[in-house]
Design a protein around this ligand. Structure first.
Ligand code: MTE
Ligand code: MO
Length: 199
């Protein structure tokens, strides 16, 4: 029955199995920002990774543009229950940035221009799971969606994808960020519906 109705709709790439529990599909691109949109001129923009022993790695916008980029197409899931399928981005894999970083830290605290923070285990930023994204759907990333550059970590709820990202602090001990401190789940796996602390 399922196979027949799928064939009848003629959809080769439907949403079947791609919508985590409790989520619904949207076709627009909602903007969710906890504060005003910070404007960062590219000549003053920088991205840093600070290691647990205090070494700073720094990339200017020009440095970032010289790095090899990827064009991931991914599904994104906001904890407020909207999901958007097949979003198309361009950005630098965090694997590329971490190539020059020597660290044994297990935790990362990501911070943004404007003061937003969010935390993740370092392993969730590696092995092709996260990007520093600066283009969306063929255009420069719009300021309201995190431009000039945002983190993109689509396998966890979208609040982990820090807009206007400025840097990452590597830590030996986990430190919750903005929403994690406010009662949201520390990890946020949409497939296990980890919305709030205790889920
Ligand atoms: N700096 C910053 N990053 C942020 C947020 C924010 O308020 N500030 N909101 C988060 C939340 S809750 C979501 S769902 C997504 C929304 O991204 P969008 O506005 O591009 O849809 O950004 C995340 N990253
Ligand atoms: Mo969100």
């Amino acid at each position: 029955m399922g196979i027949i109705s799928r064939g009848f709709q003629g959809r080769r790439r439907g949403s079947d199995g791609r919508l985590p529990p409790g989520q619904y599909l949207v076709h627009d691109f909602p903007v969710l920002s906890a504060g005003p949109t910070p404007r960062v001129p590219l000549d003053r923009w920088e991205f840093t990774i600070d290691t647990e022993d205090g070494r700073r790695h720094r990339w200017s916008w020009q440095d970032l543009m010289k790095l090899p980029s990827e064009t991931p197409t991914v599904d994104i899931h906001c904890v407020t229950k909207w999901s958007k399928l097949d979003t198309a981005w361009q950005g630098v894999s965090l694997d590329v940035l971490f190539e020059e970083v020597e660290s044994a830290a297990e935790y990362a605290l990501i911070h943004s221009y404007g003061g937003y923070t969010t935390n993740l285990p370092v392993e969730d930023l590696l092995d092709g799971k996260a990007w520093l994204a600066y283009r969306y759907d063929g255009d420069d990333l719009a300021p309201e969606h995190g431009g000039p550059a945002r983190l993109l970590v689509p396998h966890v709820y979208f609040w982990k994808s820090a807009k206007w990202v400025r840097g990452i602090r590597l830590l030996d001990e986990d430190e919750p960020g903005f929403w994690e401190t406010a009662g949201y789940h520390n990890y946020g796996d949409p497939w296990r519906e980890q919305r709030y602390e205790g889920d």
